[in-house]
Design a protein around this ligand. Structure first.
Ligand code: NDP
Length: 239
């Protein structure tokens, strides 16, 4: 349990280190929430967004962001974009419904792994991966298998610190319509106190990623299951 005061002290302490970071997937639901947390807390000396398109932000707080637009099909040609970041956050992902089975593997496995490789080569020491509850490389479900595989392959890259987050269903007011997700959310949201392991607020995932960045890592590789994300994700909330 980290009280609010300590969180401020941890932020201040981290700020002194002058670390830089990049975010993959900053246009997505988790990524944009994470970006907001990171910008508001001002814990990095430089924030770089790496994505397939340029993003626009109204808020002045975002004006110092660096953006690198890359072609994920030819990532090797964009190795420079991944150079010189201490910390990397990956919130990239698509769905089978949007991209087909092959397209899903291409994004959630190929793009993610290649990005991690380039980040490692570029000097990144702490890599954060948003994976999923149930990720398991031996699963017969494509989704869980792909998530488990990419976790294991990134682990093999040997980052100084590798943090894997395995959230359950994300509770969010998504801009695009995903009817099945909406139904699941209405149900799980209503019953989240009864089934706390089945869902999580997206703001809690983002907060957990930030708090975990500020904490000293006890292990080289850490896997945060939904419960652990929930716990870290409420640190700093007003009671
Ligand atoms: P979103 O779908 O909201 O955002 C996905 C991000 O990935 C966007 O930034 C998007 O960029 C980028 N992206 C998607 N396809 C491509 C592509 N072909 N090329 C380049 N970039 C691409 O993500 P969520 O926040 O919902 O999920 C983040 C991660 O968490 C995913 O890996 C997901 O599998 C996982 N997860 C999700 C759960 C859920 O309930 N939704 C539960 C557990 C885990 P652009 O804006 O340009 O499309």
């Amino acid at each position: 349990e980290i009280p609010r005061m300590d969180l401020n002290a941890m932020e201040e302490n981290y700020r002194q280190k002058n670390r830089t970071c990049f975010i993959l997937g900053a246009s997505g639901e988790t990524g944009r929430t994470l970006l907001k947390e990171i910008v508001e807390r001002n814990i990095f000396s430089k924030i770089t967004l790496i994505g397939r398109r340029q993003l626009t932000f109204e808020d002045k707080a975002y004006e110092n962001l660096v953006q690198k637009v890359v072609d994920f099909e030819k990532l090797d040609e964009y190795a420079e974009a991944f150079q010189g970041h201490d910390v990397g956050y990956c919130c990239l992902g698509t769905t089978k419904a949007k991209a087909g089975a092959e397209g899903f593997v291409r994004v959630d496995h190929d793009y993610v792994l290649k990005s991690a490789e380039l980040a490692k080569a570029g000097g990144c020491s702490h890599f954060h991966l948003e994976s999923s509850k149930g990720a398991d490389k031996t699963s017969s479900f494509l989704y869980l298998k792909t998530k488990g595989q990419v976790e294991a392959e990134i682990e093999d890259l040997g980052f100084e610190r590798f943090s894997v987050y395995r959230p359950a269903v994300l509770l969010v007011d998504r801009e695009e319509s995903r009817p099945a997700e909406w139904v699941a959310q209405k149900f799980l949201g209503a019953f989240s106190s009864v089934f706390p392991t089945m869902s999580i607020r997206i703001t809690a995932v983002a907060r957990a990623m930030v708090v975990n960045t500020l904490k000293d890592g006890e292990k080289k590789v850490e896997i945060l299951e939904n419960k652990a994300i929930c716990n870290l994700g409420q640190i700093g909330d007003k009671k």
